[in-house]
Design a protein around this ligand. Structure first.
Ligand code: GLC
Ligand code: GLC
Length: 642
């Protein structure tokens, strides 16, 4: 279980603490906190101030103006709360009464780019009937904020958090869309891209022009001396675009850019940056956002001599933002995006930090099992690395807008006799179709000859064999989704996967996209395929029917909500097994990752009732003689008493 170093400190600090008293008294006197309107706000301040102050003290406590800083932050938060709409405040209250709401089996997610999927924000609104047809109750829109053109890292280089990219609509369109989604029972997920801004953000422009105050918002260096010192211990994230973590400016200075050279890392050592970004965060929350996707959490704090990833201060920073959200936008849920070693991924997950988190391990190991036809690593991960603290949940996915990186733990692999480095080389060759017999049609991403590192781009369908016409491609897609939708957490579908959208190779010729192969798996919505979804004979129709059955099944099985999952060893190396237990008995999930029929012996199934219903195909099955799974078949065996 992840530890929370400062939880004890927070608990120890009660409001009897004189410094907390002074903060509360200052707020009581403050004109920015009008009474009685702000009474509920003050009640939440009393509850969450010990935690907020403890986290902030880890970052900024050494500063002489620390208390005044906390007071000013809370005044700002009060302003944001007073601006929060009545509908959102009602929802806040409901969620405070039911904090486990997002663990429901009925939460089903989708993700898309606004422009590529529907043209603009109004186009997304027009898709709501389709989202409902599919069964979605959660929608992640890739960042729609103002950004540089044509290079914006798909919106992850933000020029203003308060303006929408002009061709997508206006901030009012975004607000309207949020309400329309809420009325349709669909939660809205937007990004908080807080590690960096674009180089066109007003702060960056002021810094470039020589404004001293804004220079301290970023990491700007007059020479290579400091960058060289830092780079001794840094990992390269986008080596194809620029080596190392810094980019040169025309005037000879260097700026910290973990990602692209136009994405300038923010300097959270400066408390003014924390406060400024708190304002942006609460502005976004008040648009009507339910989940805030905390982008690139691993990188937000830097310290010389370290990897500058996953530092304790990064956690304190996120927990401080979380405490602030509990005070000013209590219905908001944080989702962490940490694509790092599995030990580090879980350290971001707690009710006080990020309540939900991407599960990159499960994602990578699904693909691993398809390539090796063995379930060993995935079975191990489900048994040993899936459990999470109460009040938190995974966000599971088969693929995202980003690359597939092989982020399993080498130690785990070694226990199964698998050498991490060599195995990743195999997986990369397999998925870019440089391995004899591979069905996959992926493209390398950030191939780094110096380290041998590489990741993979490709849509689900192209990686599963649909592009090359493999006979089992549809079964593989349904298999991956059938496992993912049955595990514990919020399932997230990359929209387009449900109709088998293929790679967009034209992006490799487009000058705005050619440098970043992730665009291969970010095609426009394929209207022709979507239209075929109801035609039974087409691949699109078969995939859509398969996923619809899985989604309906998930929504109707309460045991699929919550976090309980127990491994079930099938004694067949190609067949994954796990149970979702419940009061009335379990649902047993079995998944055959090979392209041959596989059997599970009768004695393995002896604890199960003799007759069960497979909820995937909707048929009754006899278990007393063992079971044979068809190639790439997934079964949800319902053993619950009626
Ligand atoms: C996140 C996004 C990715 C982006 C990066 C930098 O990892 O998912 O698309 O490139 O952050 O913002
Ligand atoms: C790296 C980062 C991750 C980011 C990805 C973008 O893996 O760790 O945060 O999403 O690059 O491709």
């Amino acid at each position: 279980m992840p530890s929370e170093p400062s939880a004890a400190a927070a608990a120890a600090a009660t409001l009897a603490d004189p410094s907390l008293q002074r903060i509360v008294e200052a707020l009581a006197r403050s004109a920015a906190v009008p009474r009685p309107a702000a009474e509920p706000f003050l009640a939440r301040v009393r509850r969450h101030l010990p935690a907020l102050r403890a986290e902030l003290a880890l970052l900024y406590g050494h500063r002489g103006d620390f208390e005044a800083f906390v007071v000013a932050l809370l005044e700002q938060a009060c302003g944001a709360w007073l601006e929060r709409s009545a509908a959102l405040k009602r929802q806040d209250e409901q969620r405070e009464r039911d904090p486990a709401w997002f663990q429901s089996e009925r939460l089903i997610g989708g993700v898309c780019y606004v422009d590529l999927y529907a043209g603009d924000l109004r186009g997304i609104e027009a898709c709501i009937p389709y989202f409902r047809e599919l069964g979605l109750t959660y929608l992640h829109l890739m960042p729609p904020y103002d950004c540089p053109e044509p290079h914006s890292d798909g919106g992850y280089a933000v020029s203003s958090y308060r303006r929408v990219r002009r061709d997508l609509g206006s901030i009012d369109d975004l607000r309207r869309l949020a309400s329309a989604l809420r009325e349709a029972g669909i939660s809205l997920v937007l990004d908080f891209v807080f590690n960096h801004t674009s180089d066109e953000h007003a702060w960056a422009q002021a810094a470039r022009a020589g404004d001293a105050r804004h220079r301290d918002y970023y990491f700007l260096f007059d020479s290579r001396d400091e960058p060289d010192r830092y780079e001794r211990t840094l990992r390269e994230i986008f080596p194809e675009e620029h080596p190392g973590a810094f980019s040169p400016l025309p005037d000879g200075r260097w700026v910290w850019t973990t990602f692209h050279s136009y994405q300038w890392d923010l300097n959270y050592g400066n408390p003014e940056v924390f406060a400024a970004m708190a304002g942006e965060m609460l502005f976004i929350a008040n648009l009507g956002v339910d989940f805030l996707r905390m982008d690139a959490v691993a990188f937000v704090w830097k310290r010389l001599g370290t990897s500058c990833e996953n530092l304790p201060e990064a956690h304190a920073l996120i927990r401080a933002y979380n405490a602030l959200a509990r005070i000013a936008a209590p219905g908001l849920v944080f989702k962490s995006e940490a694509i790092v070693h599995p030990d580090d991924v879980v350290r971001y997950i707690s009710p006080a930090e990020c309540q939900v988190a991407y599960n990159p391990l499960q994602m990578a190991l699904l693909w691993n099992s398809l390539a090796t036809r063995e379930v060993n690593l995935l079975q191990q991960a489900l048994e040993e690395r899936n459990a999470l603290p109460d009040g938190t949940a995974w966000v599971n996915y088969v693929r995202s807008h980003d690359d597939i990186g092989w982020t399993f733990a080498d130690e785990d692999a070694m226990r199964l006799g698998i050498r991490g480095f060599d195995h990743r080389q195999f997986l990369n060759r397999f998925y870019v179709n440089r391995f004899p017999g591979s069905f996959a049609r992926g493209v390398p991403f950030q191939d780094n000859p110096a380290t041998g590192d590489c990741r993979i781009s490709g849509t689900c369908a192209s990686l599963c064999g649909l592009e090359q016409g493999d006979a089992l491609a549809v079964e593989r897609i349904v298999l991956l989704y059938g496992v993912m939708l049955a595990t514990s957490g919020i399932p997230l579908i990359y929209l387009g996967d449900e109709v088998g959208t293929l790679n967009d190779r034209s992006s490799l010729q487009d000058p705005a996209k050619a440098g970043d192969s992730r665009w291969v798996h970010r095609p426009r919505r394929d209207a022709a395929r979507q239209a075929q979804r109801l035609e039974a004979g087409t691949p699109a129709g078969r995939i859509y029917a398969g996923l619809r059955r899985l989604i309906e099944g998930r929504r109707s099985i309460p045991e699929f909500g919550g976090g309980r999952l127990i491994g079930f060893r099938t004694k067949n190396p190609s067949v994954l097994g796990f149970m979702r237990p419940g009061e009335a008995g379990p649902v047993l999930v079995l998944a055959n990752f090979s392209e041959h029929a596989q059997t599970v012996a009768a004695e393995v199934l002896s604890g199960m009732p003799p007759r069960v219903t497979d909820r995937v195909a909707g048929v009754a099955l006899e278990l007393s003689g063992g079971l044979t799974l068809a190639p790439c078949q997934v079964l949800w065996l319902d053993a619950r008493r009626a």
